[in-house]
Design a protein. Structure first.
Lengths: 337, 337
DNA sequence: ATGAAAGCGCTAACAA
DNA sequence: TTGTTAGCGCTTTCAT
């Protein structure tokens, strides 16, 4: 490897400024006692040498890196992309920096966790769509405060922030019934996906209170194509319910296109609702009724937990909390009769 | 701040294993000479203590952090979101780790650059949609090899990898003419956006070779709404060209919906093409002709440049290169007569 | 307000 | 193959 460029050190600056090395350190750290004069000399020399303080020794000395890991996977869910940006921005405000870790499919998490520990990150955000019990325990084993974003998971070291998935499903159930539907369908995500399962549970339980016990379920893949295929299967068998709830907007778009192609009219023949309120939901071609989660509130809640866990006055990291952020319904053309 | 948990050090492991501290270091670094026996004792003790090597002192000693910064802004362009994931994955393969830096609007870049330097990152990927001359010079000033992704920028320290924007514009021009269009429109991105400007340039120059010198231009904001509004202005004034080229797919979707709402038929009355080939371009409601760039090739090219700059045998970082990745056209329903 | 000195947890040169 | 030793560039007592 190339012998890397040698950066000037505080000692170099000290020599040029004619002060001690510790004076340089003090000049660059506020809340320390340095004279006006010394400070001036230091900054002048620093500028001349192009000096910028090296953060690594500081991490070493202080036993805290101010690094926060975000663990992502290549999910089609663009929800996580905006979350990463929001986290990064919010954490920078408090002097933290985001270190990104990608896990591929399978048990790749185990390959990544040791590195998380080796970078001595102060906290972890899991932006994984599925966190198995084993995964949660693996997180706990490295004993770093962790918050699972948008996926329930909880043990001594792992907290989670989720939107009220079941509540959202219930809102959709109420609306469908109010609009006169009497038969119901649901297109879910992959197996083991808590968010999808919860949305179905809330939907189903609320329908039961209205006296409807049957829900025709199908499974998609959280993408347009999955929603399209699942719906096409319904139209092919002429088993289209009065109202169709899709576990996310992408699948709802696929469902809409499949219904229209097969000659069904929305909302006249079929009501359709999605979940997420992605930008495309408002587009003229779709104008989709959907459940809106409050991204900002979710990120804020996660950050609050992390800060609490990372600071002194904070809670003992050894007990995770579960925060549920409320959702609301945005009714648009696909359910408006 | 909470006094952070003290991790076990190699010295702790050494003591427990009854070997020297350097033996522990050697056991954890391959390519060093350690006996089977010593290694066993070390790993046993390490496991017992829950030891994982600390990377920070290593960075300190070696004068290389193996950290790569990715600088992002809150662009609506989801193209960057997938790129971040691809970069992260590819860099991890070679033992690098991505450190994320978000810049807000305005001159916020200046606030971020000193931190980049302080983390001693080995290289920088700029995923900013606009890199002004001043920004490029600011990058150069910290003398860390930088590659600007999808936005031209170049000086001694800054390389760039771009798709062949002008070439894509030319492909669209050829197709429009082939399909019989005789008047042309273009909806671009924000001021100073090179990608948009280049797409227009290629479009315009190729049209000129076909004998068409007029292009009716409008400006959007790279989002659905901007494309919708710009197109609505055209339909309102009844100044709709035979063929409309949008600088990205999002605006093309807006344009399609605006045209349809105003009673224009696509492709019968108007041809429409976009740029990016986002997933929604293939959806039934749009089926949009668009220019496809090769994400993978672009990321690979950027990584290749970075690796070259980061390694010993590599090129002197003091001369940036500009790599142009070819594009192709995906013709779909919006131009097929 | 300032300097001297110790030490964070590693790696690497050197000696044995 | 192994142990000893000297730093990497900072922060932080402790004197002055």
């Amino acid at each position: 490897m190339k012998s890397p460029r040698k950066y000037p050190s505080s000692t170099d600056v000290a020599r040029l400024a004619g002060v001690s090395q510790s004076a340089v350190s003090r000049a660059f750290n506020k809340g320390t006692s340095v004279s006006e004069e010394t400070s001036r000399k230091v900054f002048e020399a620093a500028k001349q040498l192009g000096y910028s303080p090296n953060f690594l020794p500081r991490m070493l000395r202080k036993h805290r890196s101010d690094l926060v890991a975000i663990v992502i996977s290549d999910s089609a869910n663009s929800f996580y992309a905006v979350a990463v940006d929001a986290f990064s921005k919010a954490l920078q405000e408090t002097g933290h920096q985001v270190l990104l870790f990608s896990v591929g499919g399978g048990n790749a998490l185990d390959g990544v966790l040791p590195r998380l520990a080796s970078y001595r990150v102060d906290a972890i955000v899991s932006a994984l769509p599925v966190v198995t019990r084993e995964a949660a325990e693996a997180f706990a084993r490295i004993r770093i405060p962790t918050v699972s974003f948008n996926t329930p998971a909880r043990n001594q070291w792992v907290s989670s922030v989720c939107s009220d998935n079941a509540g959202g499903g219930a809102l959709v159930a109420d609306l469908f019934v109010l609009r006169g539907a009497r038969s119901f369908g649901f297109i879910g995500g992959m197996r083991g996906d808590y968010a999808s399962d919860e949305r179905l549970r809330g939907f189903r339980e609320r329908l039961a209170t209205h006296g409807f016990d049957e829900v025709q379920t199908a499974r998609g893949d959280y993408a347009y194509e999955g929603g399209f295929a699942a719906t096409q299967a319904m139209t092919g068998q002429r088993l289209v319910p009065d109202a169709l709830f899709c576990a996310n907007d992408m699948m709802a778009f696929g469902a809409l296109d499949a219904l229209r192609r097969a000659g069904w009219r929305v909302p006249d023949d079929v009501l359709v609702a999605g979940y997420d309120d992605v930008p495309a939901a408002t587009w003229g071609s779709f104008d989709l009724t959907t459940v809106v989660h409050d991204h900002q509130a979710m990120v804020a809640a996660a950050i609050a937990i992390l800060h609490d866990r990372m600071t002194d006055s904070g809670t003992d990291p050894a007990d995770g909390v579960t925060t549920t952020v409320p959702v609301r319904l945005a009714e648009r053309a696909t359910t408006r009769r």
